[in-house]
Design a protein around this ligand. Structure first.
Ligand code: IVH
Length: 676
């Protein structure tokens, strides 16, 4: 284009080139049907770049030249999902599929249910928001409620349109969200690993890890080089499905220009679910990417909403896992582990063996009935399998060992020696000694964990020592630790002791839902704790609640209600609560709903002088929105709010890759000030 073209001509040329390029990107990356050669495509892109360079005022973030924008970032910001990104329940066999269909029919009142069958892609889930037809933000799943903003990285995925198409048959809402799975196909994975081997870098264990690692790098140029693909399976407006049928949703997504997996089927009734599962048994290897099963979803979104969700997963969908990767190896011994609730779980110690790219040296045996069912003895050769992140398990005995010996379930706890009990109807033996060292150790580790009291620096080795020396006999004793007590421990310098004490101190302000989760009540996970705290905003109300009152909460079933009630009837637990209260923990909360509190679960460090807010004001506002303010930057810090002369905390944040924000971004996160 000659230098003299008018701005109007340049603008028209840019618009038309972008449209052409987008059409070819869609044909190539989404539909796998290229219509021009790579060289022709490169020439179009080069031409667009050239005009944009001469007319920088015409550059927009959604231009095909801007997929890789700036350089490395300093960290990722966090943002809430409009509705939680849940996980899926599993059906491993035919019976479980039939049970799923029966539950759906019972709850919906339908005689036969229409389903959609899809592949369960083995990648990383991603939520992408669009505003006015343009991609505005991409969030990882995170903890399901809050994700990390990886917009810049997601933009580099070519099958993710930055601007959606506007098909005639659908009107496009101003704001919507698509959800789907980012995968790395087998070829890209192999290529990446061979490059890494060549460059003496550690290789990725599987394509899922490679996809996850590639999405969460700080430099979008690296993501761009990894050739990720994004398959979309959900379309939400305000957190709810936009259309009435899931099948139609997939069609609409394809019409908007998204990549929708072509392997999908409409299925009617349980028989067709089972048959579909059977068809896919041996076909998975033929796909260019990895899958870990199939997903069956109720087609009608109205029926979906009638069915609702449990605390973990929707009742309208099920993952049907296909047989996992397997390998044979020797069971060298069987050991018993004592968990937080006292459950004794036998584990097979294996001659280490590679299963699907990971070395496996232990496999869970669940309980002694399982050992019996398998007919397993120490010295046997077994088939082990692992699928996804699930702990490896023993499938069956393949050869009996010459000197095989039976596993004898311990009559006493292997750690504290207390006689173990097996309650009627229970398959698990338990150590009922609430002071058992192993139980105590596991409970303290759980209590200190990031999602509970978030006490950094309280790792396994330290907890083991604290328990062994009798310094900590209950979670409450953590709050009575002092520099003198810690000084006696191995490998505990003055500085680490001071840090630990300060982290323990900070944890006193942990909000009630996380304190409830930290208590380690059986079946009370993070989300359940949140739901309970919303209904019973202080522990005394909760302790006094009857099973019926607990059951009034939607999503709390009889089993949870009973365990919660039993927990608060146990005198030891009540005295633990008293001690925690005396230690100054937050055992009540204002009745603000989690959904309204913007910074729940986020940890901030304030550094330097902010232009308008004083430190106290900033801290107060952060805490008012459920956030936590701590004194030192650690790997658990979500944001460092940096003002003038921020100094060493800022340096540390940069080293750790923590997100660094200024007062303006903090105010954005906080939103408008609440009226008292
Ligand atoms: S639907 C509320 N469909 O599997 C349920 N998930 O185990 C939303 N996944 O986190 C998920 N392929 O990352 C759905 N066709 C598919 C999927 C799929 C893979 C992943 C997804 C989800 C996980 C749950």
């Amino acid at each position: 284009m000659p230098e003299s073209v008018s701005a109007a001509d340049a603008s028209r040329a840019v618009t038309s080139l972008r449209e052409t390029i987008r059409r070819h990107e869609h044909l190539y990356y989404v539909l796998d049907q290229p219509a021009i050669s790579d060289a022709e495509y490169d020439a179009l892109l080069a031409r667009l770049k050239e005009i944009e360079q001469r007319h920088p005022e015409l550059v927009t973030t959604d231009s095909p030249t801007q997929r890789v924008g700036g350089g490395p970032r300093e960290g990722f910001l966090k943002a809430p999902h409009p509705s939680p990104m849940q996980s899926l329940d599993n059906a491993f066999d035919e019976q479980a599929l039939r049970d799923f269909d029966r539950r759906v029919r019972e709850l919906s009142g339908l005689e036969t249910v229409d389903y959609v069958g899809e592949l369960k892609l083995d990648g990383v889930s991603l939520a992408v928001h669009f505003s006015g037809g343009r991609m505005s933000r991409a969030l990882t799943r995170g903890d399901g409620f809050t994700g990390e903003d990886i917009t810049e990285n997601a933009r580099t995925i070519r099958s993710l349109p930055l601007v959606v198409q506007r098909p005639r048959e659908h009107s496009l809402p101003a704001e919507f969200e698509v959800r789907g799975e980012v995968v790395m196909n087998r070829r890209a994975f192999e290529r990446l690993n061979s490059e890494r081997l060549r460059d003496d870098q550690p290789t990725f264990a599987n394509p899922r890890n490679a996809a996850a690692g590639s999405l969460r790098v700080l430099d979008p140029r690296i993501t761009a080089s990894r050739r990720l693909e994004f398959f979309v399976y959900g379309l939400l407006v305000d957190g709810r499905p936009m259309l009435e049928s899931h099948w139609d949703t997939l069609d609409a997504l394809a019409a908007f220009g998204f990549k929708v997996n072509s392997h999908r089927a409409r299925l009617h009734g349980a028989g067709e679910l089972v048959a579909c599962g059977d068809r896919w048994k041996d076909k998975r290897e033929s796909l260019p990417y990895e899958i870990d099963g199939l997903v069956f979803k109720v087609d009608s979104t109205a029926v979906q909403s009638t069915l609702g969700s449990t605390a973990r997963a929707p009742r309208w969908a099920i993952a049907h896992k296909l047989a996992a990767e397997q390998a044979e190896t020797l069971v060298e011994n069987i050991e018993v582990q004592v968990g937080r609730t006292g459950a004794l779980t036998p584990r097979a110690l294996l001659d280490p063996v590679g299963v699907g790219g990971v070395t496996v040296s232990r496999a869970t045996l669940h309980n002694e009935d399982e050992i019996e069912r398998l007919g397993l003895r120490i010295g046997d050769t077994v088939l082990v399998e692992r699928s996804g992140d699930v702990i490896p398990k023993v499938v069956r005995v393949t050869a009996q060992g010459k000197d095989r010996r039976p596993f004898l379930p311990p009559g006493n706890c292997p750690v504290c020696g207390t006689k173990v009990v097996r309650e009627q109807g229970e398959v698990i033996r338990r150590c009922i000694n609430t002071n058992c060292r192993a139980r105590l150790r596991e409970s303290i580790l759980h209590c200190a964990s990031r999602r509970a009291m978030n006490i950094d620096g309280l790792g396994e080795v330290l907890v083991e020592q604290l328990v062994a020396r009798g310094l900590v006999k209950s979670v409450a004793d953590l709050y009575g630790l002092s520099a003198e007590k810690l000084a006696a421990l191995e490998r505990m310098g003055k500085k680490s002791a001071a840090n630990l004490l300060s982290n323990i101190e900070d944890s006193r302000s942990t909000p009630l839902p996380r304190v409830l989760f930290a208590l380690g009540i059986r079946y009370v996970g993070e989300r359940t704790a949140q739901i309970i705290a919303d209904r019973f905003p202080n522990v005394d109300l909760l302790a006094a609640a009857s099973i019926e009152q607990l059951r009034e909460i939607e999503e709390i079933g009889p089993r949870i209600a009973e365990t919660v009630r039993d927990f608060f009837r146990e005198p030891n637990n009540l005295s633990l609560i008293d001690q925690l209260r005396a230690a100054g923990l937050q055992l009540s909360q204002e009745t603000t709903k989690r959904a309204d509190r913007k910074l729940d679960g986020l940890t901030f460090v304030l550094s330097g002088t902010l232009p308008n807010l004083t430190r106290e004001e900033a801290a107060e506002r952060i805490e008012g929105e459920g956030g936590k303010v701590t004194g030192a930057v650690s790997k658990n810090t979500d944001y460092v709010v940096a003002g003038e002369s921020a100094g060493s905390k800022l340096e540390k944040a940069k080293r750790l890759g923590t997100a660094i924000i200024g007062e303006g971004q903090l105010l954005d996160l906080l939103g408008p000030e609440r009226q008292p």
